[in-house]
Design a protein around this ligand. Structure first.
Ligand code: CMP
Length: 458
């Protein structure tokens, strides 16, 4: 029998090791024999060892969704396997099954770790192996993609115009059920089109979450490409608006909101969110937050109802710091206001003391002040909106007309004007008492003194 040290040394993986190290490795290698057909380990197992094939052969099998098994590699003498789980700490990425009577060397995780610690360059070898494997897979995937695309193209091109239109539009739906798709897209033969998809040799549909039927991702992508080319982005937005209205009539609010957002119909999305999620259901906090993240900043920051809704969602997600940031950012988009600044300072102090919930309450009050201040003129729940944002605004930016009484109240409320008026009135009263010395039953000196007191006070 050949000297095991020479055999090990001839394996590329171990060729860089010194004679001494080889001797140490040999002491740690455990010989294992497996008969043809035996499973060495299964996908999902914990990784506890690395293997090198001494003789024989194994196949690497990946178990895909729906019980499909795919052989991704066949390995023979001198090949190694089982390194991925050891490197990543993840479970085994594939099952390995002997396809002939096979002799293996098994290196335990501990010995593998020791070897890596001593010879970091060993890692480079594994990185190179894994990179080559990935490159091969990428090439296979892009080839498969092109092949799929051309078959999908053939399928699509051989359908009638109505059928093609249904397919393009249906690609915007979350799932395909004949009744809903028919009513949302006003298609007469939705059931026939879906049956036709199901009977195709090409996998055009797949079973999605809750076992609902949906387009295969590659086919969906192809159809959406067609839709964009034919209908344009404006047409797509209109379609989303139609679908949103359809979902609304079916009382399917999340879908109605999704499509209103996709169609950039911000007013509609706002109304649906406030009407159906304004109560603050905790289970939907994530949905609400994600939906609000999609609004244009200018629109969002101009609407206190949306700001409150997002802050409530963050609180429901146990993220008071996030809620604090929502308010701070919204307030930063507004003109400074004495009362608001005071609340902001208070909130900052509380935040620094990690009293996040109180800090949030302070900012909520600050926002209320702004809302009251601006609301008289712009309508409830609206604030100043920052300029230059895309999308529709909740209300038009008309010049506000004030009634005379309101105008006076606004003027009188201005702090600088009040000071000036006070100064003039004080000076006038002082001058009256000082120079006019009216007969009010006081000595002239006392009357003058009274004028000075009035000046100071007023
Ligand atoms: P590990 O994930 O630990 O367990 C399964 C092993 O199969 C994996 O490490 C690799 O060593 C090997 N393996 C996985 N995918 C491939 C592939 N595409 N080609 C060759 N070997 C693979």
């Amino acid at each position: 029998m050949a000297d095991p040290a020479i055999t090990i040394r001839s394996i590329p993986l171990f060729s860089a090791l010194s004679r001494e190290d080889i001797a140490k490795v040999l002491g740690k290698l455990e010989e294992v024999s497996v008969p043809s057909g035996a499973t060495i380990f299964s996908q999902g197992d914990q990784g506890d060892a690395f293997y090198v094939i001494q003789s024989g052969a194994v196949q690497v099998i990946v178990e895909a969704a729906a019980g499909r098994r795919e052989v991704v590699a066949v390995l023979g003498a001198q090949d190694g396997f089982g390194e991925m789980a050891l490197l990543s700490g993840e479970p085994r990425s594939a099952s390995v099954v002997a396809i002939a009577d096979t002799s293996l060397w098994r290196l335990s995780r501990e010995s593998w770790n020791e070897l890596i610690e001593k010879h970091p360059s060993w890692l480079l070898h594994f990185c190179a192996t894994i990179s080559k494997r990935l490159a091969r897979l990428d090439a296979q995937y892009s080839y498969g993609r092109d092949a799929y695309r051309s078959l999908a193209e053939n399928y699509y091109a051989s359908r009638t115009r109505e059928h093609q239109q249904f397919l393009r539009r249906a690609a915007l739906l979350d799932w395909l059920d004949a009744e809903t798709a028919g009513s949302l897209l006003r298609a007469n033969d939705a059931a026939g089109c879906i049956r036709d998809l199901q009977t195709s040799q090409l996998p055009l549909l797949q079973s999605g979450s809750d076992h609902r039927l949906e387009f295969h991702p590659l086919f969906g992508e192809f159809l959406r490409g067609r839709l964009a080319a034919i209908e344009g982005s404006a047409g797509e937005r209109e379609l989303h608006a139609d679908i949103s209205a359809g979902y609304e009539s079916l009382a399917q609010w999340p879908q109605a909101i999704e499509h209103a957002l996709a169609g950039e119909n911000w007013r509609r999305a706002r109304m649906l969110l406030i009407e159906h999620y304004g109560g603050g259901a905790e289970t939907s906090a994530n949905f609400v937050k994600t939906a609000l993240d999609r609004f244009p900043t200018g629109f969002f920051h101009g609407d206190t109802a949306l700001i409150q809704l997002k802050a409530d969602a963050m609180l429901a997600l146990a993220d008071p710091q996030g809620a604090y940031r929502v308010y701070q950012e919204a307030l930063a988009h507004q003109r400074s206001h004495v009362g608001v600044v005071q609340y902001q300072n208070m909130a900052r102090a509380l935040y620094e003391r990690r009293e996040y919930n109180q800090a949030v309450q302070c900012l909520r009050s600050a926002l209320k002040i702004l809302e009251q201040d601006v609301g008289e003129h712009r309508g409830p729940s609206l604030l100043r909106q920052s300029d230059g944002e895309p999308g529709e605004r909740p209300f038009s930016r008309q010049k506000t007309r004030y009634s005379p009484a309101l105008r006076l109240r606004r003027i009188v409320r201005k702090p600088s004007l009040i000071r000036w008026l006070g100064g003039i009135a004080g000076a006038a009263i002082w001058a009256y008492f000082w120079f006019g010395t009216p007969a009010i039953g006081l000595e002239p000196a006392a009357t003058k003194l009274l004028g000075l007191v009035c000046l100071t006070l007023i």
